[in-house]
Design a protein around this ligand. Structure first.
Ligand SMILES: [Fe+2]
Ligand SMILES: [Fe+2]
Length: 185
């Protein structure tokens, strides 16, 4: 039978242990913090690209090089964190943490697509490494930079859509446990 990609979340049936809830909440919070930092970096990049196109190519050129270094370090680390820590933990929690498996599959497909986009971006950004003559090089690299920047912004939006109900479910479970402990006391 074909799987549908409806973003419908599954329903919470059994509670997670408080240890699982706290661990998942910690992983999700780390992920969302990375997303906030990345969104701020993307906003800065968009601003610098606009300045680059508006007569300050050196500023744009510098921002593209900084963006490449963020991708090579932070973004790669972040994708690795999601693939090896966050997603396996969410898969294990499954329906008990309102994890939408169709959305997770879509996110994983985007992670695969990222590798190709990064290769293209690196080829374009390479032009700025040895000879950063902004007038020519900056104009030639901007389409790839925008493609990468738009991809990452959309990817963060998708992951936020995926993670928000999970965060809420975990918060509710944490609040329920605190209430239960209060009643026991
Ligand atoms: Fe991701
Ligand atoms: Fe992410």
């Amino acid at each position: 039978m074909m799987e549908t990609d409806s973003p419908t979340a599954t329903v919470v049936r059994r509670p997670l242990t408080s240890e699982q809830v706290n661990k998942l909440a910690e992983l999700v919070a780390q992920c969302q913090k990375d997303h906030q930092e990345a969104s701020a970096a993307l906003a800065g990049l968009r601003q610098a690209l606009a300045e680059g196109e508006g007569g300050e190519p050196a500023r744009g050129c510098e921002a593209v090089r900084a963006f490449r270094s963020i991708i090579d370090r932070e973004v790669i680390l972040h994708f690795g964190f999601e693939e090896t820590e966050l997603f396996p933990a969410l898969e294990e929690a499954g329906e008990r943490a309102i994890v939408s498996m169709p959305l997770m599959r879509q996110i994983r497909r985007e992670h695969d697509a990222f590798a190709d986009l990064r290769a293209e971006f690196n080829v374009a950004a390479e032009a700025l490494d040895d000879d950063c003559k902004p007038e020519e090089a900056f104009a030639s690299v901007t389409p790839s930079v925008r493609a990468m920047s738009d991809f990452l912004a959309d990817h963060i939006a998708l992951e936020t859509e995926f993670l928000s109900p999970i965060e809420e479910a975990l918060r509710e479970q944490q609040a329920g446990e605190t209430e239960a402990v209060g009643q026991d006391a």
